[in-house]
Ligand binder design. Structure first.
Ligand SMILES: NC(=O)C1=CN([C@@H]2O[C@H](COP(=O)(O)OP(=O)(O)OC[C@H]3O[C@@H](n4cnc5c(N)ncnc54)[C@H](O)[C@@H]3O)[C@@H](O)[C@H]2O)[C@H](O)CC1
Ligand SMILES: [K+]
Length: 240
């Protein structure tokens, strides 16, 4: 299935600081809550994985989802839930123990646990995934990945399956494009709302953009940026 395309020069790029301001305005000025944005992000990630990377004959196909405890992991956990409900064999590996999760990501994790989706807190023991989803760290990366997050990144890079990153490849700075060691070498990256300035890096792979329902007028009002109704042709655009 082909995604509608959008030329990169036709949309502004955001810094992490600007994206945090978008998140703030969404919640405080428009009343669009984090859980709503995360649902849109996660559903788009699941849809992209299904339509671009899982192909025909989907029954029994294995999806490995790597998730941190922040907003990025929360979106990946939503994607895991959607793919599980669509009949895929979903395995989730967490970068942090479940009892360290809080807020909306904890709520999303609890749903996954209630559904009985396979969940572990160690690196996946199998290497036969059909696709790997990377929701380890998003725009709140601080320095080179450490601990289990780093172990999961190294594991993902050793897989032959395509790796699809949410928002940014984990370990790549979304604002300044620094690729720390280790960092995900993605086949594709699905970023949210508008492209981030640091996603001009070969480790991003093919770049896609998902609609998380930011009203275009928000960009004008809070960031002084003009953005048209870019998602009028679809929820997921391929950026060229
Ligand atoms: N409007 C939007 O774009 C929305 C984006 N969403 C997603 O949320 C993330 C940002 O979420 P946040 O909670 O701020 O943090 P992260 O998930 O990026 O990361 C925090 C997580 O990562 C750990 N961590 C950070 N640096 C390191 C490191 N060097 N080594 C190991 N671990 C590290 C940190 O400890 C935390 O556990 C954004 O990217 C989007 O994906 C929202 O879902 C919706 C709105
Ligand atoms: K990521």
């Amino acid at each position: 299935m082909k995604s509608p395309e959008l030329r990169r020069e036709n949309v502004p790029e955001l810094s992490t600081e600007q994206m945090i301001e978008v998140d703030r305005a969404m919640i405080e000025d428009y009343g669009i809550e984090l859980i709503q944005m995360m649902e849109n992000a996660g559903r788009a990630l699941a849809t992209l994985a299904r339509d671009q990377f899982l192909g025909e004959g989907r029954k029994g196909k294995r999806v490995t989802v790597l998730a941190g405890r922040g907003g990025n992991g929360g979106g990946a956990i939503v994607a895991a839930r959607r793919l599980a409900t669509w009949g895929f064999d979903v395995h989730v590996s967490l970068a942090r123990d479940p009892n360290t999760f809080s807020g909306v990501p904890a709520q999303q994790l609890a749903i996954l646990q209630a559904m009985g989706v396979k969940l572990q807190t160690s690196i996946p023991e199998k290497s036969n995934s059909d696709v790997v989803l990377d929701g380890i760290i998003g725009y709140s990366l601080s320095g080179a990945p450490k601990g289990r997050a780093a172990d999961l990144i190294r594991w993902a890079n050793a897989q032959s399956a395509p790796v699809v990153s949410l928002d940014a490849p984990s370990g790549v700075d979304a604002t300044n494009a620094t690729a720390y060691d280790p960092s995900i070498r993605a086949t594709a990256t699905l970023t949210l709302a508008l492209p981030k300035a640091g996603l001009n890096h070969p480790q991003v792979g093919s770049l896609y953009l998902a609609d998380i329902s930011v009203p275009p007028e928000l960009y004008a009002r809070f960031l002084g940026l003009t953005v048209g109704p870019i998602f009028s042709d679809g929820d997921i655009l391929k950026l060229n």
